[in-house]
Design a protein around this ligand. Structure first.
Ligand code: FEO
Length: 171
């Protein structure tokens, strides 16, 4: 049976991941609205990834004999000032998620819960990748400045992203 404090913290993290999904879906809709369909695709894949992050915690909690509890999901913003602004907000949000995962790892360490620590290692690695991806796009957006041509080039690169469920459990 999983520790009650860990159970509660994982339920909170399921909500954080579901909010992340909601935020990126809202950003995908924003990019659709301004006709940057590559950015919209990238954000839609990001939304799918966040659902899979939530579901990895969901499956784990059940496997450990815990009880899943779904909390209300906060309403995300609808509008951003520019693609750069949306990506900067994405990075800020991912840094917050990294902090949540680190706090969860601190709790698991304190409780000497090795299976949860093992699970969290996957999320720790994922967060490094998530922040790096955002930083790369931000750097490119800063590089092109106000160039519409540069923006369309980045848009066509982001159109290539496809969803691979990296959070799926290995058999
Ligand atoms: Fe699930 Fe983007 O962290």
């Amino acid at each position: 049976m999983i520790d009650k404090d860990i159970e509660k913290a994982i339920n909170k993290q399921i909500n954080e991941e579901m909010y992340s999904a909601y935020l990126y879906l809202a950003m995908s809709a924003y990019f659709q609205d301004i006709n940057l369909l590559g950015f919209a695709n990238w954000m839609f894949v990001q939304y799918q990834e966040e659902i899979s992050h939530a579901m990895k915690f969901y499956r784990y909690l059940i496997e450990r004999g815990g009880r899943v509890e779904l909390y209300a999901i906060e309403q995300p913003a609808k509008q951003w000032d520019s693609p750069l602004h949306a990506l900067e907000e994405t990075l800020k949000h991912e840094r917050h998620i990294t902090q949540c995962i680190n706090d969860l790892a601190d709790l698991a360490e304190q409780k000497k819960d090795r299976p949860t620590l093992n699970l969290l290692q996957w999320y720790i690695d994922e967060q490094v990748e998530e922040e790096a991806n955002d930083e790369e796009i931000i750097a490119k957006l800063k590089m092109i400045g106000d160039s519409p041509h540069g923006l369309l080039m980045i848009d066509s690169q982001l159109a290539q992203r496809t969803f691979v469920d990296g959070a799926a459990d290995e058999e």
